[in-house]
Design a protein around this ligand. Structure first.
Ligand code: NAD
Ligand code: MG
Length: 363
């Protein structure tokens, strides 16, 4: 097991990463002085309930914890206020109070939903993240929690840091391959924005990672979380540097929007977005073409797309970028690469440059 700490203002919290950690959860809770007089509520989705949820519930009950169990339908479409209200009902009926703890067992959808539930139930109760997807190494750290509104993703949310994150890499063995690759895009992103040697390490350990070898998975998640935690510790509320975590996301979000979230996984869209951001960096900052080539080569080695095979309207993508929460006063703001492992936030990028790059990315 590897451990690291996220240094946020109110209460620093640990991330545990290892094999079989869900089995050790009762022991971890006790170690953290969470006694059996506190009620627990597992929130999970319909895929994870039979795989891991029921076993976890039984284990916690055997350890003496009164444990409720709420299941949401798997998938992004459940991340809405309607499902949120149903979950509040389950918490009320189970008698959760302010001392109770919500356990978010799942990927980013469950983590965001259960986290937002914890942030607002009785004006906020503690929660623990139990991530089960590779992507969730990203979403479970940093305290951003949210649900979607019909007009856009993550428009209703809060900052609410978990009590701890417990990542059992054994869960990853059942993760569908496409989800695995998609999560890898965010792992690679952490290398691109912060640590060239991590990007190279991923390149060197591709086979182990594809085989979901536990040791390699623990290391990749550990280093990804370490980078995310370092950025979050400097800027918990995203008033500055935290925005670098959006590398590849400006174009990525635009692609997700124009395709109505039906074509790409988030990671696939971000992968194309990072290839685009690298190209834009070469145009705007004069970044070396070796960075562009290495970006594409590494993403492709992980079977991730670096351009779209489907055609989308460039003006529609530009419109989507303007609606993005991160656009300020109609100015295009991009995170661009100065070098491998080093990025900067650049505002006021000429639309023509973006148009050119989008033209290269979509046929
Ligand atoms: P997800 O939670 O929908 O999981 C993907 C699919 O895999 C689901 O069908 C799920 O049931 C299934 N699954 C999960 N774990 C599994 C396992 N171990 N074995 C088998 N199947 C499993 O998607 P995701 O990619 O983890 O998360 C995407 C969400 O994360 C988006 O809503 C996004 O907005 C959010 N997100 C949030 C943050 C943040 O900082 N809060 C950051 C990035 C992404
Ligand atoms: Mg992302």
């Amino acid at each position: 097991m590897k451990t690291l700490t996220v240094y946020v203002k109110d209460q620093p919290y640990p991330i545990y990463i290892g094999e079989g950690l869900l089995e050790q959860l009762p022991a971890l809770l006790r170690e953290y002085q969470i006694e059996t007089d506190r009620k627990l509520m597992i929130v999970t989705d319909s895929n994870l309930a039979p795989l891991y949820g029921e076993k976890l519930k039984n284990r916690l009950v055997r350890a003496g914890y009164a444990t409720g169990f709420a299941i949401m339908e798997a998938g992004e479409k459940s991340k809405n206020l309607h499902v949120f209200e149903q979950l509040v009902g389950e918490c009320l009926r189970f008698g959760l109070d302010r001392q109770s703890i919500i356990l978010a067992l799942g990927g980013g959808v469950v983590g965001d939903m259960a986290g937002f539930l914890a942030a607002s139930y009785m004006r906020g109760i503690p929660f623990i993240q139990l991530p089960t997807t590779l992507l969730a190494h990203d979403s479970s750290v940093g305290g951003k929690v949210a649900v979607n509104h019909p007009l856009g993703k993550n428009y209703i949310g809060a900052f609410h840091q978990p009590l701890m994150v417990v990542f059992d890499v054994r869960c990853l063995k059942t993760l569908p391959l496409r989800q695995w690759r998609s999560g890898m895009a965010e792992v690679i992103k952490h290398g691109f924005i912060w640590d060239e040697s991590f990007a190279k390490w991923l390149d060197d350990h591709r086979n182990e990672l594809f085989a979901v070898d536990s040791e390699a998975a623990v290391e990749a998640i550990y280093r990804g979380c370490e980078i995310k935690a370092a950025v979050v510790a400097q800027d918990e509320r995203e008033t500055g540097i935290r925005a670098i975590l959006n590398y590849g996301h400006t174009i990525g979000h635009a692609l997700e929007a124009v395709s109505r979230y039906q074509v790409y996984t988030h990671g696939e869209a971000v992968s194309i977005g990072m290839a685009g951001a690298a190209r834009l960096s070469a145009k705007v900052l004069g970044t070396g073409l070796d960075v562009v080539h290495y970006t594409e080569q590494l993403l492709e080695a992980f079977e991730l797309p670096v351009a779209s095979t489907r055609s989308w309207s460039v003006p529609a993508m530009l419109d989507a970028m303007k609606r993005d929460k991160k656009v300020k006063q109609d100015k295009y703001v991009f995170v661009l690469a100065k070098a491998l492992g080093e990025v900067k936030i650049v505002s006021d990028i000429p639309e023509t440059e973006i148009r050119d790059v989008l033209g290269e990315l979509v046929p």
